[in-house]
Design a protein around this ligand. Sequence first.
Ligand SMILES: Nc1nc2c(c(=O)[nH]1)N[C@@H](CN(C=O)c1ccc(C(=O)N[C@@H](CCC(=O)O)C(=O)O)cc1)CN2
Length: 281
Amino acid sequence: MELICGKDISSEIRNQLKENLAQEGLKPCLAVINVGDDKENLLYIGLKENAVDTLGGETRIASLPQNAAKEEVLNLINELNHDQAVNGILLQLPLPKELQPYEQEFLSAIDPAKDVDGFHPVNMGRLVNGTPGFISCAALACMDISKRYKAPLAGKKVLLIGDSFDLIRPLALMFIKESCQVSVAPQYKSALMEGVDIAVIEAGGPHIVKASGIKEGALLIDAGFYYDQNSLFGNVDKEDLSKIDGHLLPVPGGVGPMLITKLLENLCMAAGMSLPDKNTG
Ligand SMILES: Nc1nc2c(c(=O)[nH]1)N[C@@H](CN(C=O)c1ccc(C(=O)N[C@@H](CCC(=O)O)C(=O)O)cc1)CN2
């Protein structure tokens, strides 16, 4: 399989965004709420901050301690909602265990007009009724790659593995809107791959996806992140798949950089920049 370079596609999009922002004289401001000191969260926040920086924008990182109270998070969200200088707000996930029961309450407290993650129930609902506002960045990333490599999408057989609210559920709706034949399954089995044109595999384990059962010419999007002794692995066994024809968006260097690029697009949209096609890729 030919490896798709998410970093190269991202740089192309980011350069265009930078140009458009300069033309429109906009400097977007992203507020990131981080609770605790999760190593991966801090890594991803750093990547987001660097990305916003390359556009000439500003990132405000609001950090709360691991033992922060529910009210502290809600007060912070409320403050950022009312701060005119802030265009986009996101709450980095996952939260510390003690706060996880309040996750939906926190996401619902973010002003939907600043919800650049697309996690607010209003934005989720708009996707369901076909009038999208902000859409989850991971789902936008997968749709962008699918349109680049598998257009026209109508009639294509799509398989989504997992059940996450930030990727699999919104993406299922987006593929349905493109008139695809969509199946969703909780776990990967090679038997599910028969005749599949596009597969997005979020759930599984390191290297569980092998060449067996995969249609020639298929597009595979790996959306699994497994760290082992500072090395990062995805669900797909790249070496085993190298013998068949098709395209793979791998981990690392695939959906991750594209997700951050889609966050930049959402942030630019929140700051008032016009995007060509509502950034659905
Ligand atoms: N509020 C949110 N929280 C989380 C989201 C999200 O979209 N919004 N998604 C994930 C994590 N995530 C962004 O926050 C994310 C994951 C991975 C990458 C990425 O670029 N990965 C690199 C590898 C990085 C490395 O280990 O050096 C890659 O795949 O090449 C970016 C963002 C959960 N939380």
